[in-house]
Design a protein around this ligand. Structure first.
Ligand code: FAD
Length: 443
């Protein structure tokens, strides 16, 4: 059934690897070309050398949701035991300010089914006035009645104001959720995509709103098991093989790397939209797609790792920070045994981009110290700045489909999964969708 079909997957991030795993499982001959020396793309682990100590750090602290059904199913298929690799906890937001003072806390009620678990959470949350809690509940009821759908799209902040959400409610609840989910400032973020994330998290099973926090480094959880699975099923993975040129030849594609050319019947281009220009430029049929992608804007994510003495812990594994540059702090000691290591995330654009890394790290350390006065000065710090971490998820953004105007060439990647912001789940779903398209073409 798969005779004659040779699939090249360009890019070994979550999208490319999920496409390759799916095709390899179906018996297709598949080769993954990855430009860098390791797989994983934006969800990868890096080795950091610090004072004779080699440490594995993720290029950004990632959080998954219980609603990431395709990701969890794929990981299970390739032999990853969810219970071992993730700490799963019911949605819980705890925003800290000075001196271990909680300014806001919301916890879903795990004893109730969805959506009652979240309604109860809103009703009982701390830090909001009764009228603010009622406003949040009214909005949740409205969203349920409209099935989280809207006609058209507009910036989330406008939408929330028009639904009587106060400044404080926006600051404490909606803005942190928007930044965590869409990595886009709330005055620019797409309401439609935000509602999709709420719908998937707050409806269906009550576990959909769970946070899944990685207990191991990301490569061990995602790219390595996927790569092993692909190779076991006969697929080939080529590292350090940037595709320099992609050309259509009769009924096939010629791919050029530094080692020469090879020919494939089908191609899945699974590279980030920020880097796709050069490859698609040689394909006239994709001119319009390329034009749409070129209008994209990007948002950064900074991860500030702060190493404290091994005995230092935060009160909880994940804490929100209020009115600070740092937005979320993760205790990597409790999470993955990296004792005394705290990762602080700063999503989306802001004044931190203008700061030198050392100054930013010291500033964030001071903020942490104000929220958790028991913290001493960090022993060392490392700032990882992903300047184009995700596309800016703005209203009415044109998202290309997986199928393109060029027969037998498909696009995979977080930006192609139109319902979602840039997430691992969007990337994995897009890869599977491309594999399905190739399998369908053949049948
Ligand atoms: C710091 C940070 C934090 C994040 N946090 C979260 C989170 O908490 N939860 C979540 O769900 N998502 C998060 N994301 C987003 C998530 O990581 C991405 O959406 C997802 O990894 C994108 O996967 P992808 O396969 O679409 O693209 P990529 O990961 O960008 O993969 C593309 C691959 O293509 C390769 N490539 C590029 N050009 C070529 C070429 N010419 N030839 C061959 N190979 C090439 C690249 O090296 C790369 O490996 C975060 C991202 C970052 C950067």
């Amino acid at each position: 059934m798969t005779n004659g079909i040779q699939v090249a997957v360009i890019g070994g991030g979550c999208a490319g690897l999920s496409a390759a795993a799916n095709l390899a499982e179906r018996g297709y001959a598949v080769t993954v070309f990855e430009a860098s020396s390791q797989l994983g793309g934006r969800a990868r682990t890096i080795v950091v050398e610090n004072k004779d100590l080699m440490q594995l750090l993720d290029n950004g602290q990632h959080i998954l949701l219980g609603a990431y059904t395709e990701t969890l199913a794929l990981l299970k298929k390739v032999g990853v035991d969810e219970n071992q690799v993730f700490l799963r906890q019911p949605l819980q937001i705890n925003m800290q300010s000075a001196a271990e003072k909680s300014v806001f806390s919301l916890k879903s009620a795990s004893f109730l089914p969805a959506p009652l678990n979240m309604l109860w959470g809103f009703l009982c949350c701390r830090g909001l006035s009764l009228s603010e809690r009622i406003a949040a509940l009214k909005l949740m009821r409205y969203l349920k009645n409209t099935q989280y759908e809207m006609i058209g799209d507009r910036p989330l902040e406008q939408f929330l104001i028009s639904h009587q959400q106060t400044v404080r409610l926006i600051e404490l609840l909606w803005e942190p959720l928007c930044l965590a989910a869409l990595n886009t400032p709330i005055d620019k973020a797409s309401t439609r995509i935000f509602l999709n994330v709420l719908r998937d998290s707050f409806t269906g099973s009550k576990t959909n709103s769970d946070f899944l926090l990685p207990r191991l480094d990301l490569s061990q959880i995602i790219s390595q098991p996927l790569a092993r699975f692909i190779q076991k099923k006969g697929g080939v993975i080529k590292l350090n093989q940037r595709i320099r040129h992609l050309q259509v030849e009769d009924n096939s594609f010629s791919l050029e790397t530094r080692d020469g050319k090879s020919t494939f019947s089908h191609v899945i281009v699974a590279i980030s939209p920020a880097r796709i220009d050069q490859l698609l430029a040689s394909l006239p049929k994709l001119e319009r797609t390329l034009e749409a992608i070129q209008t994209y804007q990007y948002q950064p994510i900074y991860t500030i790792y702060l190493q404290y003495p091994a005995e230092i812990q935060l009160p909880t594994v994940m804490s929100g920070l209020s009115n600070t540059i740092g937005q979320w702090a993760f205790d990597r000691g409790q999470l993955c045994g990296q004792k005394g290591l705290i990762a602080v995330i700063v999503s989306a654009e802001g004044k931190h981009q203008k700061m030198k890394h050392d100054a930013l790290a010291l500033n964030v350390a001071k903020e942490l110290n104000r929220a958790f006065p028991h913290l001493p000065k960090p022993l060392w710090h490392k700032v990882i700045a992903e300047k184009r971490a995700t596309f800016a998820c703005t209203p009415n953004l044109a998202r290309p489909s997986n199928k393109t105007a060029q027969p037998q060439l498909f696009l995979a990647g977080d930006y192609t999964h139109a319902d979602y912001p840039a997430t691992i789940e969007g990337a994995i779903r897009s890869g599977i969708a491309c594999a399905d398209l190739i399998a369908k073409v053949k049948q």
